[in-house]
Design a protein around this ligand. Structure first.
Ligand code: AMP
Length: 406
């Protein structure tokens, strides 16, 4: 299967020349989107979903003549500014191959609105936005959505998780009735299903979840440890397992700073990454992490959402995620683009019941590990003798077989 056989034509074919072949989500979604169908796709971050919608959208745009002022034809709505930056980077890199300039504007919160208002003067071809800022811009008459022909809702489950249901409702009411809709989500909770049924027109359901190539293999490990011993254990694992690029999830901004500080004091290059940092500080942290100048990023969920770091081999749930959906999103950060990744969760006597719930919701049953020297003093309930494997480490192959995400 090649991109050409899916209907991608020159010059856009050049934009994907670095890839051997389309991923499963691309193989299924690209022809449907090119035909103009509404699509409801189950797709994880890292499955190649961004290219799956960007290529056909750009190809559609190219087929239309230029107008002045530019009507906003395509709206891509995302839950966070990090994801917006990532999608914008993909759009812009593909747009480089177009024979005429496409005006792409990012409309995200957390930065001054004025440059975005300026950028929108004379219109835009494609807008990538977070919901709150998009509505602010509408309220400032800086843009209007009545010319949108294609609406993309990316990471829709996360959008609802973050409480954007009302904003989403208002945005939908501003869009023209006739348009193409593409909805991408890692999970489909009931609230999302009912929302989708309201605005998609006979959508084609695309589900590549069970395809062995769709979701890269992520080995999941659950390690029992007392809460007070998590940072020493993290340090130990980073050194003993030779982890050189680790994303560590914590629940609070304070913990992000605290854990990063503790690691630095022990000679491990680490930075905190959370929503209170300025955009500049976040970009700097991300760039240093990507360039391997720092080895550990200690992040909160919100800040790290959608991070597109190729070859992120390890994520650590230092604090467990709040929901089962968040767990899937977090571990989706590793094992990307065909690489095997490791997702480690620290389980204490306090958090065990919550982790059992996460496992149940995600139909997982992970074997509990204990690491010699870090055995919990507070016995984790319900697990003694039922899989705790103190003193014995499973081989990588065993773990792959047992815990591979299918
Ligand atoms: P996503 O977050 O799902 O858009 O996935 C993005 C990651 O997948 C980026 O690292 C892309 O470079 C990579 N990617 C996209 N398409 C392909 C492909 N056909 N083959 C290999 N990697 C791809």
């Amino acid at each position: 299967m090649s991109f050409t056989s899916l209907g991608v034509t020159s010059p856009l074919i050049g934009a994907v020349s670095q890839f051997d072949k389309p991923t499963p989500i691309q193989t299924t979604a690209i022809p449907l989107i090119l035909q103009g169908c509404d699509v409801l796709a189950t797709a994880q971050t890292g499955s190649g979903k961004t290219i799956a919608f960007v290529l056909p959208l750009l190809q559609h745009w190219l087929a239309n003549a230029r107008q002045d002022p530019l009507p906003i034809q395509t709206l891509i709505l995302v839950p966070t500014r990090e994801l917006a930056a990532q999608v914008a980077a993909t759009v812009k890199s593909c747009a480089l191959y177009l024979p005429r300039r496409m005006k792409v504007v990012s409309a995200v919160g957390g930065v001054s609105i004025n440059p975005q208002m300026m950028a929108l003067r004379g219109g835009a071809d494609l807008v990538i936005a977070t919901p709150g800022r998009l509505l602010d811009l509408v309220d400032h008459n800086a843009l209007q959505l009545s010319s949108v022909t294609c609406f993309v809702l990316d990471e829709a489950d996360r959008m609802l998780d973050l409480g954007f249901a009302d904003e989403l409702g208002r945005i939908l009411s501003l869009l023209p009735k006739v348009r193409q809709n593409l909805l991408f989500s890692a999970t489909f909770p009931d609230a999302l299903q009912s929302l989708a049924s309201k605005f998609l027109r006979n959508p084609t359901r695309v589900e590549v979840k069970d395809s062995p190539n769709a979701i890269p293999v992520t080995v999941q490990r659950a390690i029992e440890v007392d809460e007070s011993q998590r940072t020493p254990l993290l340090r130990y694992l980073i050194k003993s397992e030779g982890w050189n690029r680790v994303l560590v999830f914590v629940a609070k901004q304070y913990s992000a700073e605290h854990v990063a500080d503790k690691l630095r004091r022990h000679g491990i290059s680490a930075l905190a990454f959370h929503g209170e940092l300025s955009q500049g500080a976040r970009s700097m942290a991300l760039t240093s992490f990507k360039a391997s100048q720092i080895h550990v990023l200690v992040a909160t969920d919100l800040a790290s959402r959608g991070l597109d770091i190729i070859e992120l081999p390890v994520v650590v749930n230092y604090d467990l995620p709040r929901s089962a959906v968040d767990y899937i999103h977090r571990i989706g950060r590793t094992g990307r683009a065909g690489k095997t990744g490791v997702a480690v969760s620290f389980i204490s006597s306090e958090s065990n019941a919550h982790f059992c719930l996460i496992e149940k919701r995600n139909q997982l049953a992970l074997l509990r590990e204990q690491i010699s020297g870090f055995e919990p003093q507070n016995q984790v309930p319900g697990t003694s003798g039922t899989g705790g494997i103190k003193g014995r480490r499973k081989s990588k192959k065993d773990r792959l077989r047992e815990n591979g995400l299918r």
